[in-house]
Design a protein around this ligand. Structure first.
Ligand code: ZN
Length: 319
């Protein structure tokens, strides 16, 4: 049933791209067709692919990947793909159904398998089906993104050997940018006294960031690795007490989650709600989280300002 529809679906996807309500596709010539699940995976892949491959990202910006309901157009994009790139773990476990309904036998790259640090879930194979127990938010450590870029480069070269020189050069240039950002964030955080580096976020999305930059995770509003969970009244009361005991001044909302509970907890604890962090999704074009590098820059700068109570604490690479 699919073939006749595919051309018009591709045109539709291209026409809808970038409005924030639909998946986005960057077009190109003869290169392979790549589908990425999350906006962050899509951005990493796009930086390696450049103009050589056509990259379609399934999730729209600002959408919560934990809560995503695949659409028929996703199956069409997957059916047409030469390479499928997953973020991995619980955030895009829904992809399995899309792949089977698309009847796709495209190569699948699971980026979480290549990251250098992985939190939770010692027996990855056993947990693989739904990713439960593994912290899927690996992208919050840029060193993991560097590893994901290398895995993506290798997969693209395999899918399209003629493009090897392009993918190698793109990956090298992008890795240099990621390394520079990571180094600058580490230097900035290192200058902040450890007693001030205490973080309260919405859900448990910043464990990798906290590990990388030596930040103490004091608590989360949703005490879970997923957003699809709720805090009990007792847990909320405990968090309020912890915030007061630890002297946390700012707690953070996230761009993919409703900040209602943060506001209530801030009211009760005397903390303020800081700017929304970019957690599980990039934002629209022109936002402070339009790209993965933008996300890192904004999150790190915002947190450093919140920890210290000053403005513009971090000097981080731009563009
Ligand atoms: Zn999450």
């Amino acid at each position: 049933m699919l073939p006749v529809v595919l051309v018009s679906a591709a045109v539709l996807l291209a026409a809808c791209g970038g409005d924030g309500s639909s998946s986005s596709t960057t077009a190109s010539g003869d290169g392979p067709k790549v589908v990425a699940t999350t906006t962050i995976a899509g951005d990493l892949v796009r930086n390696v692919a450049g103009d050589r491959a056509q990259v379609t990202t399934i999730l729209p910006v600002n959408a919560d990947p934990h809560d995503y309901e695949p659409r028929p157009s996703d199956a069409q994009a997957v059916a047409d793909a030469d390479l499928i790139v997953r973020s991995g773990g619980e955030v895009d476990a829904w992809l399995a159904d899309v792949v089977s309904s698309a009847g796709s036998d495209a190569t699948q790259l699971d980026l979480i398998d290549d990251v250098t640090t992985r939190k939770g879930g010692d027996d990855h194979e056993e947990e693989h089906a739904d990713g439960e127990g593994i912290d899927p938010h690996w992208w919050q450590n840029p060193q993991n993104a560097i590893a994901a870029v290398e895995a993506t480069r290798a997969a693209l070269v395999k899918a399209d050997p003629g493009g090897a020189a392009t993918y190698d050069a793109n990956a090298k240039a992008y890795t240099e940018q990621l390394t520079a950002m990571d180094t600058a964030i580490a230097a900035c955080m290192d200058d902040i006294p450890a007693s001030q580096r205490k973080l309260v976020t919405n859900h448990d999305a910043f464990g990798y960031f906290a590990d990388r930059y030596d930040i103490e995770l004091v608590g989360t509003v949703i005490p879970s690795l997923s957003t699809q969970s709720q805090a009990s009244a007792g847990e909320v009361t405990d968090l309020v007490k912890t915030i007061q005991a630890e002297g946390v001044k700012t707690i953070y909302a996230e761009n993919t989650v409703n900040p209602k509970l943060e506001r209530a907890i801030a009211d009760r604890s005397g903390a303020t709600v800081g700017p929304q962090l970019w957690s599980d999704s990039l934002g629209p074009k022109g936002s402070t989280g339009a790209t993965y590098l933008d996300m890192l820059r904004f999150n790190a700068g915002t947190l450093a300002d919140g920890f210290t109570g000053r403005k513009g604490v971090c000097t981080l690479p731009t563009a």
